[in-house]
Design a binder for this molecule. Structure first.
Ligand SMILES: [Mg+2]
Length: 395
């Protein structure tokens, strides 16, 4: 079979939820007084949108092959991501064979080293990479997971992230991860409220259900140690997530040494590339790595991160990212379960994570998803034609 070449890459922006899942209307649990590194400023404490968490918007990358097949992806990146794709990365993509995924990644990464390495540039490289995997799998008429070695389990099991682990338990999830609401700036009273929320939820879900806290980079080592110790010893917390700044590898190493035995330390959703995760592993920063496949460098890089983690005996439980995670998690022994982000404003029902941007996006039923739900070619999703795409830098 002769492999098609890539004719065009196009980059679009899109507003209103979806891949930029923080871009929600008022009254959503995901923007309700969640502790952040900006919470030290009272004027930015109530809402994450107030300090601009939703400024980027969704980046849609569309790649068209010479045989007419189109692959696409969505991630967070907006206009800036479009600029990087159209003005810089397109030269490495157009004209290449659809199988040139590894070479294109290497060229994109090395050509952007002088202004990239992490953040928006890696989000954008991830977006291109996911679209390339979608394209190649569609050309081959196979699901992406088949290209990754195939499923190692018959189904995925999920924990739920949201404000209502008690409802998540009723819906069949294996655990519930809540956002932390009060940071160190709210002092002892805030710490007390954080523990009261956990106590209340533990009483509602019983003793066996996993409960986790997502601290969204907002704590310091001392506060995180106190919180984790009380939360583990009194309320059986399963893990404490992203307690510190992603730049503070030394703090994570100290926190992991400080917390009670059995409590897991997780981080990595704002980390990127094999080199960033190598630091987390070699400095013994955590027990669970949580790369976001739409931000860490795409599937091509997640393979490397996952293999490195496996050799260190660590779990990889990717952050959110819907089908882009599911196709990977189902192929890995060291990714035994997956995250589901509850995007219903009150976290009281299961809705597709990237709603409304994708069609055919599978969701867990009773906290599970059969491997057969992922058997359509590519990542198995379509862009919703009702969503208005905007191409800021057409060529
Ligand atoms: Mg998180």
């Amino acid at each position: 079979m002769s492999m098609p070449t890539i004719k065009h890459v196009r980059a679009f922006t899109l507003r209103g939820g979806g891949a930029d899942y923080h871009d929600q209307a008022d009254g959503h649990w995901i923007d309700d007084h969640i502790s952040t590194p900006m919470s030290k400023y009272p004027e930015y404490r109530q809402s994450r949108r107030s300090f601009g968490l939703n400024v980027l918007g969704t980046l849609v990358v569309e790649i068209e092959a010479s045989d007419g097949t189109v692959g696409f992806s969505v991630t967070t990146g907006g206009d800036l991501g479009c600029w990087i794709v159209e003005k810089h990365l397109a030269r490495f993509i157009e004209g290449a064979r659809v199988t040139d995924i590894e070479k294109i990644w290497d060229q994109m990464y090395n050509a952007t080293l002088f202004y990239g390495r992490k953040g928006i540039v890696l989000n954008t490289i991830s977006g291109v990479d996911l679209a390339l995997w979608d394209l190649l799998a569609k050309v081959r008429k196979e699901p992406v997971h088949a290209l990754l070695g195939g499923p190692v389990r018959d189904e995925l099991t999920f924990y739920a992230t949201g404000a209502r682990p008690d409802l998540a338990k009723e819906m069949g999830f294996i655990g519930g991860k809540m956002p932390l609401h009060h940071g160190p700036a709210e002092r002892e009273e805030g710490l007390k409220k954080n523990l009261e929320m956990l106590a209340d939820m533990r009483a509602k879900v019983g003793s066996d259900f996993w409960l986790m806290l997502d601290c969204w980079m907002s704590l310091d080592v001392e506060y995180a140690t106190r919180l984790a110790t009380a939360a583990r010893n009194e309320f059986g917390l399963k893990w404490i997530e992203e307690a510190l700044s992603p730049d503070d590898y030394w703090g994570y190493a100290e926190l992991r040494r400080n917390v009670p035995r059995g409590l897991l330390v997780s981080t990595g959703e704002h980390e990127a590339t094999r080199w960033g995760f190598r630091l987390l592993l070699e400095m013994e920063c955590c027990d669970i790595l949580q790369p976001d496949v739409g931000w860490c460098g795409g599937i091509t890089e997640l393979i490397k991160i996952s293999n490195l983690a496996d050799a260190h005996g660590k779990l990889v439980v990717p952050h959110g990212s819907s089908v882009y995670s599911y196709h990977f998690v189902i192929t890995r022994h060291n990714s035994p379960f997956a995250e589901f982000l509850m995007m219903a404003p009150k976290a009281d029902e299961v809705v597709p994570m990237f709603n409304p941007q994708l069609l055919d996006e599978p969701v867990p039923v009773n906290g599970r998803m059969k491997a057969s739900a992922l058997d359509a070619p590519g990542f198995g999703v379509r862009l919703n034609p009702d969503c208005a795409l905007y191409r800021p830098f057409p060529r």
